[in-house]
Design a protein around this ligand. Structure first.
Ligand code: IMP
Length: 200
């Protein structure tokens, strides 16, 4: 079996979030036909694993088995050292059904006050998995370290970007232009590794 992503290949993107398609297409580079699990009406599995790697693998394997085609999935989130890695795989869920990240960021600040720690170290993780139907799967991880600032700063990006300041800089992800964030982000780093393994 050839474990390479060959140009011209069709890939099932194991997401029901249409917003992820252009982002993943740009990171993969030209030449792939991408179809989403949503477009194929594949059922969405519950993210029951406790790690980013586990959830990315679960989603990629599920889509590969359901479609009979090679599938790619991602799972990502923010971890805070003083909160033992929370919100972690629950990053999206902390925003509640209304996907309110103002609420999620306040929750992070409140939890830090509760534990009484002055440690503001945090990191973003992105796990990317590619699964072949009935066959193997490959999973890689990318990470960017930084610290948290309150109140949130900047209105660019999404999710927890306004409270996260990557190491070596003064600006939060919410204040950086998208190209500057993409140059160092966890997702870009995971793709670099994936590209090295699976793309010639
Ligand atoms: P996923 O769609 O299940 O991978 O959920 C990831 C969640 O983690 C998102 O809803 C965001 O809240 C958070 N997250 C992941 N990557 C980033 C990022 O680059 N900036 C800000 N928040 C992020």
């Amino acid at each position: 079996m050839n474990l390479k992503l060959i140009k011209g290949m069709r890939l099932v993107l194991a997401t029901h979030n249409p917003g992820k398609v252009p982002e993943i297409a740009a990171l993969l580079g030209e030449g792939y036909e991408l179809v989403t699990a949503g477009q194929l009406n594949l059922p969405e599995p519950e993210e029951t694993e406790t790690t980013f790697v586990g959830n990315a693998l679960l989603k990629a394997r599920h889509a590969a088995e359901a479609s009979g085609e090679v599938a790619i999935a991602d799972d990502s989130g923010m971890s805070v050292a003083a909160l033992d890695g929370a919100p972690g795989v629950f990053s999206a869920r902390w925003a509640g059904p209304g996907k309110d990240f103002g609420l999620a960021m306040r929750k992070v600040e409140e939890r830090l006050e509760e534990v009484g720690s002055t440690d503001r170290a945090a990191w973003f993780t992105s796990a990317l998995a590619v699964a072949w139907p009935g066959g193997p799967a490959v999973v890689v991880e990318g990470r960017v370290d930084g610290d948290l600032v309150f109140p949130p700063r900047g209105d660019r990006g999404f999710g927890y970007d306004p409270i996260f300041r990557p190491e070596g800089g003064d600006r939060t992800f919410g204040e950086m232009d998208p190209a500057a964030k993409d140059a160092i982000s966890h997702r870009a780093r995971a793709f670099e590794t994936l590209r090295a393994w699976l793309i010639d």
